[in-house]
Design a protein around this ligand. Structure first.
Ligand code: SF4
Ligand code: SF4
Length: 122
């Protein structure tokens, strides 16, 4: 059977794979202590590679395995500078800041605070 493999050094906890997987093989839980846990079921029923295609850090690969080996990764969440709400993992926000800093200022704001600021601007 096919299994999804994640390189824990490359994964930034961005949730793109979770949104892409229609089979429920990837589960995300944002806990109130300010951490995100991503659970990978270990096996992949479809091997459709949607998750691999969308992963921004090339953290996903596949392997043939004998039995299911579920695993999970835990990430510290970043807080919105305006309201304090956790809005993404620290690793994912830092990744974006590193990639986009030459183009525009990546503000550490949640989507709700960004929307409020856009409304106030008009
Ligand atoms: S898409 Fe890639 S980097 Fe993002 S959570 Fe999934 S494995 Fe990690
Ligand atoms: S290959 Fe497809 S079915 Fe398997 S974990 Fe990735 S998105 Fe889900």
């Amino acid at each position: 059977m096919k299994a999804i493999k994640i390189d824990p050094n490359l994964c930034i906890g961005c949730e793109a794979c979770y949104k892409a997987c229609k089979e429920g093989s990837i589960i995300i839980e944002d806990k109130k202590e300010g951490v995100r846990v991503i659970r990978f079921s270990g096996t992949c029923p479809e091997a459709c590679i949607s998750c691999k295609d969308i992963c921004p850090t090339l953290a996903i690969s596949f392997a043939s395995v004998e039995k299911e080996e579920p695993f999970e990764l835990t990430f510290e969440m970043a807080e919105c500078k305006e309201c304090g709400r956790p809005f993404g993992t620290e690793k994912a926000i830092s990744f974006l800041e590193g990639r986009l800093k030459d183009f525009f200022d990546v503000k550490r704001l949640c989507i709700q605070c960004k929307q409020k600021m856009a409304i106030n601007w008009f």
